[in-house]
Each structure stands twice: as C-alpha cells, then as structure tokens.
Ligand binder design. Structure first.
Ligand code: ZN
Length: 276
C-alpha cells in the first residue's frame, strides 16, 4: 500500500506491505524536486514505481542500508534509469547484510541487488536545492541524514523517529545516536527557519530543534534513572525495564528480541557519557 501527502515542496510517500488487509509497518520515502530519498521495501517496489512514473525523478539517495530503505532501488534503476547514491560506508553493508530475522522477511523482504554509487563529497544537488549529506551513525554505522540548509529541511531516516522511543535494535548504539543528534543541532541552517524533520516512519516535525533536544533530554533522563535504580536500589536489568517502561515491549517477542526496551537500557548503560 502506498499513500502520498504533500508537505510544501516535499512529497511524502508512505509505504507498507498489505498483509491480510492491513499494513504491518509504514516506512516513508520523500520526493523533493528530482531527488527521491529512500525507496521503501521490496514488497512496495512496484507501487512506488507506478507512483513515480509521471514524476520528474532523476536520482535517489539512501539514508542507510536497511531493507526497508533500499527495497525499491533495483526496480527504479531498471525502469526509470535512476542514479542511486549512498554513503560509501553503505556499500559493503548492502552487498553483505547481516542475516535477516523472520519478522524482517515478513514485513519488508529481501531487496533485489541494485548498482548504488558512493557519494563523493557531502553534497547532492538538484535544479532547485543543495542537500548536505551528514554522517550520523548510531542507528546503523552508515546512517546519513540529508539537510537542505536554506530550506531548513532534515531528512532524518531512522535516526530520529519520535521524541520518545522505548525500544532499540540489538545493533544500535545509543551514544552514537546522541552524538549524531547533537551534530544535527549544531549544523548551520537558515537562521530564519526552524528545522523541519522528515522521518522515515512518516512523522513530519516542524519544530525540529525542540524535538531533537527533547529526545536527547529523554534519553539522558532514562540513562540517569537507570543508573540510579541499579546502584541505589540494586535492581537488575529486567526489574529496571519494568520500573522505567512498565515491562518489555510487545515488539520484543514479535522480533525475536531484535527490538527491545532491554536493548535501549543496556546500550544507555554501556555507553555512559564522560563525567563532567
Ligand atoms: Zn533502519
């Protein structure tokens, strides 16, 4: 299933596999001028192609190697002759991804191989806009956001999806996530505009700086409170998860523990910031 919505000059294309009458999980790509940012999963590649056939799209950029972002690449390249770019770090990961969990096979499927080129330098231009590619590891080591400084747009991929998250993937690094969010906050953009965040889960956030600051504050608080609960009240990890999150997420059993509150907690405790 595919649903498109305009946000000013930016078109959001939300996609998800229709499974027994409902979408299991939405993921958003964005079309700006002639640039497509991310391409959804393999199950929605045909629908994305159909949507783009009468649009002026010439190139695509992939925020990171995950299968729900690169699934449309091969078909779009074949049928629309798109040039597809990524961070150089994405190429080996796309070529040799870690084994899939069963939920990933069910929800997103395996992307067909496409010829993706490493972006040299950190700039991507269209006729109307100039985007800066900013390496923002944490969600994945190759993760890259695109910022259009004059317009105050930030395409956050999966780095920022909400001001509060309860679960993390087993391979995510919370310290790097926090550093990458700080990097976005420090990035110089049009001083007359706030930063608008276009997230890969489909949320568009007009007051982006406040939202990122609030997310950082939330993560810092969880970190401090978890430390306190474990040192002062001697709670173990499971007990801390119950105290902080009201118990483990329902996603945890559905994803064979790939996504969990425990992952978030352990990553925060393992990657404590340096003491001031
Ligand atoms: Zn991802």
């Amino acid at each position: 299933m595919i649903v498109a919505e305009k946000f000013g000059k930016v078109t959001q294309i939300k996609m998800g596999r229709d499974y027994e009458g409902r979408v299991l999980y939405w993921v958003a790509a964005y079309l700006v001028d002639s640039l497509l940012i991310d391409t959804g999963c393999s199950y929605t590649a045909e629908e994305l192609l159909e949507f783009l056939e009468d649009k002026p799209v010439k190139q695509a950029f992939i925020t990171h190697y995950h299968e729900d972002h690169i699934g449309g690449c091969a078909l779009l390249q074949e049928k629309l002759n798109l040039k597809i770019w990524s961070n150089p770090k994405s190429l080996p990961l796309i070529g040799n991804p870690p084994p899939f969990y069963p939920y990933q096979e069910l929800v997103w499927g395996h992307p067909a191989a496409a010829e993706i080129e490493a972006l040299s330098g950190n700039e991507l231009t269209t006729d109307l806009y100039t985007f800066k590619a900013v390496n923002t590891p944490g969600h994945s080591s190759d993760h890259t956001v695109l910022i259009e400084p004059d317009q105050g747009w930030c395409f956050t991929g999966d780095l920022f999806v909400a001001e509060k998250v309860k679960v993390l993937r087993a391979d995510e690094n919370s310290k790097e996530i926090m550093e990458s969010l700080q990097k976005i906050l420090c990035f110089k953009t049009n001083p007359d505009l706030d930063l608008t965040l276009f997230t890969a889960l489909g949320k568009v956030v007009p007051r982006g700086r406040k939202a990122i600051t609030s997310f950082l504050y939330y993560l810092g608080n969880i970190q401090k409170e978890a430390e306190r609960l474990q040192s002062e009240e001697s709670l173990n990890t499971e007990e801390t998860v119950i105290k902080l999150f009201g118990g483990e997420s329902t996603l945890t059993s559905l994803t064979d523990n790939h996504l969990s509150c425990k992952n978030l907690l352990e990553s925060l405790l393992k990657n404590k910031p340096a003491q001031a």
